[in-house]
Design a protein around this ligand. Structure first.
Ligand code: ATP
Length: 271
C-alpha cells in the first residue's frame, strides 16, 4: 500500500540502526520513549529526523496503559538510555513520551516523572495515535493500535481526531489463549507467537481473539462512516490479521510492513 511509503522506509531504517547504530555528528538527538504493556522502546533520531539508534526491552511495568511499577520503569529507561549513549558516544538529553488515548489526565504525571527520573529532559507528552499518525500521515479513517495490553482506536476526519477509545484487549490475550491451547507457559506462548513461521498454524487458535477485537471495532466504529482501517502495534505483526479484521468489520483494512515501531518513531518525531 503506497500510503505506507514513508512509514515503511522509516521503520526499515529504524530496524537497521537497532542492530547497527549510526555515529552521526548531529547537533541534537531526539528520543521517543514508548512505555508499553509488553515493551519499552527507545527510538533516537538525529537533527534531520533520521533514525540513528534504537533499543527495546520486554517489560512488565505498564498495565492497560498505566505505569504499575514506577521504579522498574525508571530503571529500564535509564538502562536503555545508557546503552544507547554508549553506542552513540553522546549524551541523550531530550525525550518525548506518549499515553494511550483518553488517559492523559490520569497518568501524564507518572510518565513525565519516569522520563525525567531516567535523566531526560521531557519536551513533549502526546497521545499514542497522534504519535502514530506523524508516521502514517492519515487524513481520514481509523487508526487501530493493537499493542500488548490494549487496543487504541482513533477516528480521523479531514486530518482531525474526532473520536478516541482504548479497550483492554491486546497481544497478552492472544498469548494467554495460545498458552492454554498448547499447554505451555505464557513466556513460551509469547515466543511461539512472535515467530512468523508459526503464524499460519496459529490462525485458528487466535481466531476467537481476533473476532473479539473486530467486535470491539464494530461497536466503536458503527456511528462513524469509517472507510479504511489502518493497523499498528506489535500484535498486528500477526500474518493475515488485516484480512480477518477486514472481513469481520466489512471495512478495508491495511497495515504497514512492520506495525511494531510506528508509535515510538512518531513519538521521537514529536520530540
Ligand atoms: P500497549 O500499547 O498495550 O501498552 P505495547 O506498547 O507494549 O503495549 P506493542 O509494543 O505495540 O505494545 O506490541 C506488543 C505486543 O505485540 C505483544 O503482545 C507482543 O507479543 C506482540 N508482538 C510483537 N511482535 C510480534 C510478532 N512478530 N507476531 C505477533 N505478535 C507480536
Amino acid at each position: 500500500n503506497s500510503a505506507f511509503e514513508y512509514c515503511d522506509q522509516l521503520v526499515k531504517d529504524f530496524e537497521k540502526v537497532i542492530e547497527h547504530p549510526i555515529l552521526s555528528k548531529s547537533s541534537v538527538y531526539y528520543t521517543g520513549i514508548d512505555l508499553g504493556t509488553a515493551y519499552i522502546v527507545l527510538a533516537v533520531l538525529d537533527e534531520n529526523y533520521q533514525p540513528v539508534a534504537g533499543a527495546y526491552r520486554f517489560a512488565n511495568v505498564v498495565k492497560d496503559g498505566m505505569v504499575v511499577d514506577y521504579i522498574g520503569a525508571i530503571r529500564i529507561v535509564k538502562e536503555l538510555k545508557q546503552e544507547l549513549e554508549e553506542k552513540l558516544g553522546t549524551e541523550l538529553i531530550y525525550a518525548a513520551a506518549a499515553l494511550p488515548p483518553g488517559t492523559m489526565s490520569l497518568d501524564s504525571g507518572v510518565i513525565k516523572h519516569v522520563v525525567q527520573g531516567a535523566g531526560f529532559e521531557i519536551t513533549n507528552l502526546l497521545d499514542e495515535p497522534t504519535a502514530a499518525n506523524a508516521v502514517l500521515k492519515i487524513k481520514d479513517g481509523a487508526i487501530v493500535d493493537i499493542g500488548g495490553g490494549t487496543t487504541g482506536i482513533t477516528i480521523l476526519k479531514d486530518g482531525k481526531v474526532i473520536y478516541v477509545a482504548d479497550e483492554p484487549t491486546g497481544g497478552t490475550h492472544f498469548s494467554l489463549v495460545i498458552a492454554g491451547a498448547y499447554k505451555i507457559s505464557f513466556d513460551e506462548a509469547e515466543n511461539y507467537k512472535q515467530n512468523p513461521k508459526n503464524h499460519r498454524e496459529l490462525t485458528p487458535v487466535v481466531g476467537p481473539v481476533i473476532e473479539k477485537v473486530s467486535s470491539i471495532l464494530n461497536r466503536h466504529l458503527r456511528d462513524y462512516q469509517v472507510e479504511t482501517i489502518y493497523l499498528v502495534g506489535g500484535t498486528c505483526c500477526l500474518a493475515g490479521i488485516e484480512t480477518s479484521i477486514a472481513r469481520q468489520t466489512g471495512i478495508p483494512t491495511y497495515k504497514p510492513q512492520n506495525p511494531m515501531f510506528v508509535t515510538p518513531l512518531g513519538i521521537a518525531l514529536n520530540c
